[in-house]
Structures are given as C-alpha cells and as structure tokens.
Design a protein around this ligand. Sequence first.
Ligand SMILES: Nc1ncnc2c1ncn2[C@@H]1O[C@H](COP(=O)(O)OP(=O)(O)OP(=O)(O)O)[C@@H](O)[C@H]1O
Ligand SMILES: [Mg+2]
Length: 247
Amino acid sequence: MASDVAKPVLCAEALSKRFGGVVASDRIDFSLRRGEMRCVIGPNGAGKSTFFGLLCGILRPDAGRVFLKGRDVTHLPAFRRVRMGLGLTFQTNRTFHALTVAENLETARRASARDAADDAHFRAAYAAFDLAGSARLLARELPHHQLQWLEICMALRRGPDVLLLDEPTAGMSPGETMFTADVLKMLSRDGLALIVVEHDVAFVRKVAETVTVLHQGAVFAEGPVEAVTQREDVRQIYLGRVREKAG
Ligand SMILES: Nc1ncnc2c1ncn2[C@@H]1O[C@H](COP(=O)(O)OP(=O)(O)OP(=O)(O)O)[C@@H](O)[C@H]1O
Ligand SMILES: [Mg+2]
C-alpha cells in the first residue's frame, strides 16, 4: 500500500534516559522511513549507544516511546523487537567463533521466529561479500572485516525490515570500509531501512542521505549529509575530534 511506504518503519518520540546525573538521551524525536539509510553520528559520550540501546530494547527509557512498524514497542524486550523485524549488529562482534560460517548463518536462521521467506537482502549481501567461498571455515579463521560481514549477514538472515548497525566498519581498512558502504547502500536501494551509528566520516558521506547528529544526549542537527557535515557548529562538536581513518 502506498500509505505504508510513507509510514515510518521505526520512530522515537521524546525518548529520554538518565544515568544518575547524566542525561544520556534528551527528548529525542526520530523517524526512519522504509528504505531509508540514516547515519547517527556524534562525539564520544554524545549518547549514540544509549540511543541504539533504547531503539533496540536493551535499555528502557525513563520517558518517551519507540514505535516499530507502527506498533508501540517501548515495553518490549530486544528479542521481541528482533522477532518483529529489527535486525541488530553490535560494535563487538557476536559471531560464534567455534562454528563455521555456514553454521553461524544456520544458527541465525533458526533463531528467527519469523518466516524468513523473504531472504533477498540476505542473498544479495552474502553474494556481494563473497562469503560462499568461506562457508566451511570457522568464524575464528576469518579476517576481521569478514567477521563483520558475517555478522551483518546473520542479522539479514532473519529477514529484518530495519537493520540497526553499531559501527559496522570499526577496525576495517579504508578499502574494506568503502566496500561495506557500497553493499549497505545496495541493500538500502533494494528497500531495506538501515540505521548506522558510525564514526567514519568518509563512510557517512558515502552512504547516507540524511544524518542525525547527537550531542549531549539531544539531536543537535539533522538533515542532508553534505550540508550537515559542513556546518561549522557540527564540525566544532564532532568533526574536529572524529577518528577519521588514515588513507
Ligand atoms: N550504563 C551507564 N551508566 C552510567 N552512565 C552511562 C551509562 N551508559 C552511558 N552513560 C553515560 O551516558 C552518556 C552517553 O553515553 P553513550 O555511551 O550513549 O555515548 P556514545 O555517543 O555512544 O559515546 P562513544 O562514542 O564513546 O561510544 C555518557 O556521558 C556516558 O558516560
Ligand atoms: Mg557508544
């Protein structure tokens, strides 16, 4: 339905979270369309991981609400949100190192309570990352960047409607980073909604149309990636201190 396309697949309303005296999320309003690719950036301690945790259900907000595909999921734990169609990859790799690539993917498929009939995004990423040639290798035998790619494929194996990635290119070379950007962009063009928490500005410029900048727990800026990343105040709070990769 055309009206479904216009509806946000994931949104937050006035999402707030404190840790003692620290306001880690400050009334964040956020909305992601189907098929949209959004990057969330911000300096260290800006509240990115807190926001990620609130969206996926690892953290509970003090106030505000989270909606997934129009349903209020504020009080649902992460595993229920995953079953509803939220795909997650974490900053620390969570693949099973003692299992093969194929076994890792099978584990992901079986863990899904969803009917993963629509595995087009998975198949596209699996082919692009060229993991078939490594299917029988143990995950621990993979180089770092392929482990990251495996984790992305595992999340896609469950057939998510929206994929939430926390620094998916951490530790990758510039070439691997740009290639990962190409693949995520392809998934977005194919209709998958993605949110990427990311430090790498070259990556952000390459993949995102819209970027959300967090600062001191609040949305500091949001808009077209070129315009926002060139703003002097954004550069002051973020770009001056960003860990850009060499090369
Ligand atoms: N579990 C916690 N207990 C206490 N304070 C916390 C906790 N988690 C986060 N904070 C604080 O909340 C603020 C936001 O932290 P958060 O980890 O969300 O930032 P971030 O943008 O992800 O930073 P980084 O770029 O360093 O990963 C920081 O001041 C942090 O110290
Ligand atoms: Mg963080």
